[in-house]
Design a protein around this ligand. Structure first.
Ligand code: NAD
Length: 351
């Protein structure tokens, strides 16, 4: 039986990867600061631990019988635009994620694991190639000269280079993917760390008919979004391939953010208008400039197709429908739980 170790197994992509590996018959150890939020982990062993600590990485990377066949490194200090682009979390984002990756390469090499997967991000691409919303360039070969638009992107670039250096100098067998906005059920959907797809669905669900839905910026910025199942499929295919260079994993279906908001509104079936909040009005409301990132970004899948022989097929609309339904259920569950707490409070008051 193959054995896999999943770091970040309590997070969105990591918890989905655990499910997938279990369905393929792997024995899986998951590690994270927290357990998955929405369903119980399917890992054979789930260890709560802080991967910034070398001792935690050493003990979890160690396996008594045989080294792990595969290690998936998804753990990172991250969130959506509101977390990455305000600048307030820069020190933590860089420090925490770099420590996790430094520990991972060292102990993966020491314990001679089979292959290591590292999850980089499209945020490492230079901002200067993403200024035209209709024509961004995110070809893998466009990564240098480096100029990511956030410290999060710089850390990803540093860690890509770290894994590649350990591959060159120490023989570590690594696979690296640059994810472009992965979304779907069981992802963070509120609280400030949620990404655009979840935020759009939640806002459309919570906005009442005839009211306005807030969209950050002028809505002309473009992005592409890949559904979680296709992301997991792509990672598994990459791990099985002999592609040793960093490659994009994303969708090429680029959409302007206002059209994306409209997609969520259409799914809701409500009559809702979009209110683009930007500039001074945004600062007055939130106390900091609008955190937007680059003007345009789209995955370029040529290299992945060439090296791995696979490309995603699902439409954005299909993925959004599935995500919308799941978030609608979560909103209801949260409301019911709040009602339950309130009535419990009333009972206590009467006692
Ligand atoms: P996530 O935030 O849901 O998962 C990351 C997990 O890492 C969390 O569960 C968190 O608790 C854990 N973690 C953070 N610090 C830790 C520590 N010190 N010790 C142990 N665990 C720790 O994020 P995700 O969406 O599942 O992303 C997974 C990876 O993919 C990340 O590296 C992220 O940067 C990368 N990525 C994701 C996207 C996306 O759209 N989701 C896009 C680009 C790159």
């Amino acid at each position: 039986m193959k054995k896999a170790l999943v770091y970040g197994a309590g997070g969105f992509i990591g918890s989905h990867m655990v499910k997938r590996l279990k369905s393929e018959g792997y024995w899986v150890r998951g590690v994270d600061l927290k357990e998955p939020e929405f369903t119980e982990s399917e890992a054979d062993e789930f260890i709560l631990g802080d991967l910034r600590k070398p001792a935690v990485v050493m003990s979890t990377m160690f396996s008594e019988e045989m080294p792990f066949d595969e290690v998936y490194q998804f753990a990172a200090d991250m969130g959506g635009a509101g977390y990455i682009f305000t600048g307030e979390n820069d020190a933590n984002v860089m420090h925490n994620s770099a420590l996790i990756n430094l520990n991972t390469v060292e102990y993966a090499n020491r314990f001679k694991v089979g292959k290591v997967f590292y999850s980089s991000s499209a945020c490492m691409y230079p901002a200067y190639n993403q200024e035209d919303p209709d024509n961004p360039n995110c070809e893998e070969s466009s990564a240098y000269p480096a100029a990511p638009d956030s410290e999060y992107g710089w850390e990803k670039l540093f860690s890509e280079r770290l894994y590649l250096a350990w591959a060159r100098n120490k023989g570590l067998d690594v696979r690296i993917a640059r994810f472009h906005n992965i979304f779907g059920p069981e992802g963070t959907w509120d609280g400030g760390k949620e990404k655009a797809p979840a935020a759009m669905c939640r806002k459309a669900i919570q906005t009442t008919k005839g009211k306005q839905m807030e969209v950050w910026g002028d809505g002309k910025q473009t992005r592409s979004f890949l559904y979680i199942d296709e992301c997991i499929e792509a990672v598994r295919k990459l791990m099985e391939s002999d592609c040793l260079e960093p490659v994009n994993i994303g969708s090429e279906e680029m959409i302007a953010i206002n059209d994306f908001a409209k997609m969520a509104i259409d799914i809701s079936g409500k009559k809702i208008k979009i209110h683009n909040l930007k500039g001074k009005a945004f600062k007055e409301k939130y106390g900091h400039p609008c955190p937007l990132g680059v003007k345009g970004r789209n995955s370029d899948n040529k290299l992945f197709k060439e090296k791995v022989g696979w490309e995603p097929k699902q439409s954005l609309l299909e993925g959004m429908r599935l995500t919308y339904d799941w978030i609608e259920e979560q909103v209801k569950l949260k409301k019911d739980a709040a009602k339950g707490l309130k009535s419990l409070g009333n009972v206590e008051k009467t006692l």
